[in-house]
Design a protein around this ligand. Structure first.
Ligand code: FE2
Length: 295
């Protein structure tokens, strides 16, 4: 079996054919997929009937799975899916859509803001892999933005100005934008801000990218309002339609993306009906910036 990849957007995104990822893959196919990720940053696989175990096994070809703890307000006993799976559905443990007023639902709505997965972790994620099990009939597209193309399109003065900037990222910032301001002491410590470089360089291709995310709420050494205006301007620049691919989900699509080179967001959908999307996350290898020790 050999996989082939066809670019489906002017600046990034490849669609893969000839790979049945529900089965163990040869090292050649894994290497071709990883090389495709380096080049296209987002890969689309259609018609992949995965179980959670097969999705985790496929994901482990690219590194260790990220520990999902610390990334959500849902308590372990209330989780719908096993450890290793990130539940990005709108469903509770009983399999039904979460109540409109529930705190979990409000927290999940943060995925509709542009972000890079786990940028709130000191060691942020490498890849995310999202499998569509139940597609919502109304809306629910996922949009991806190419942060390398966005970086390349910056003027030289802006590039020079932001080269060494370091941002603070926290889930409390992205959720704060939605008016979620109350957290327990445990959540406050779990969601303590981490530092990330604003400009990253891809370890294989050497391409630079903007490392933006709605979790970013401050820039080290810069007045807060000035930092937020800069982050907002850069985000507006980086999410112009020319840098964005819109994915319309079909059941059993799997889309994998490189969080080091892209941002994404979900669009609104009919939240009274199920949308069962299951994510695995491949951990990154290192922090992007020096962290401040906990006080
Ligand atoms: Fe996400």
């Amino acid at each position: 079996m050999s996989a082939s990849i066809r670019q489906i957007h002017p600046v990034f995104v490849g669609e893969v054919s000839g790979a049945d990822i529900a089965r163990p893959l040869s090292s050649d196919v894994v290497a071709a997929i990883e090389a495709g990720m380096d080049r296209y940053a987002v890969l689309v696989f259609r018609g992949q009937e995965l179980t959670d175990d097969r999705q985790m096994a496929f994901s482990r070809n690219f590194g260790r799975l990220e520990d999902a703890r610390g990334g959500h307000i849902t308590k372990p006993e209330d989780r719908r899916l096993q450890v290793g799976m990130n539940d990005v559905s709108n469903l509770g443990k009983d399999g039904r859509p979460l109540d409109r007023d529930s705190r979990e639902r409000a927290f999940n709505l943060g995925n509709m803001l542009w972000h890079s997965d786990s940028s709130f972790r000191a060691v942020p994620a490498k890849y995310s892999l999202l499998s569509a099990r139940v597609v919502n009939p109304v809306g629910g597209n996922t949009e991806f933005a190419d942060m390398r193309a966005a970086y390349d399109a910056l003027d030289p003065a802006t590039r020079a100005r932001i080269e060494d900037l370091v941002c603070e990222h926290s889930l409390m910032h992205s959720r704060g934008l939605l008016g979620m301001l109350d957290y327990s002491d445990e959540e406050r410590s779990m969601f303590r801000p981490v530092r990330q470089r604003l400009v990253r360089q891809h370890p294989v291709t050497g391409r630079k990218s903007l490392y933006l995310s709605s979790h970013a709420g401050a820039i080290v050494g810069m007045p807060l309002a000035e930092a937020r205006i800069l982050l907002r301007d850069l985000t507006e620049h980086a999410t112009q339609p020319r840098f964005v691919y819109v994915h319309t989900w079909r059941p059993w699509d799997l889309v994998m993306w490189d969080n080091r080179q892209t941002m994404h967001r979900v669009r609104r959908y009919d939240d009274t009906l199920p949308r069962d999307m299951r994510r695995t996350t491949v951990a990154g290898d290192a922090p992007t910036a020096e962290q401040v020790p906990a006080a």
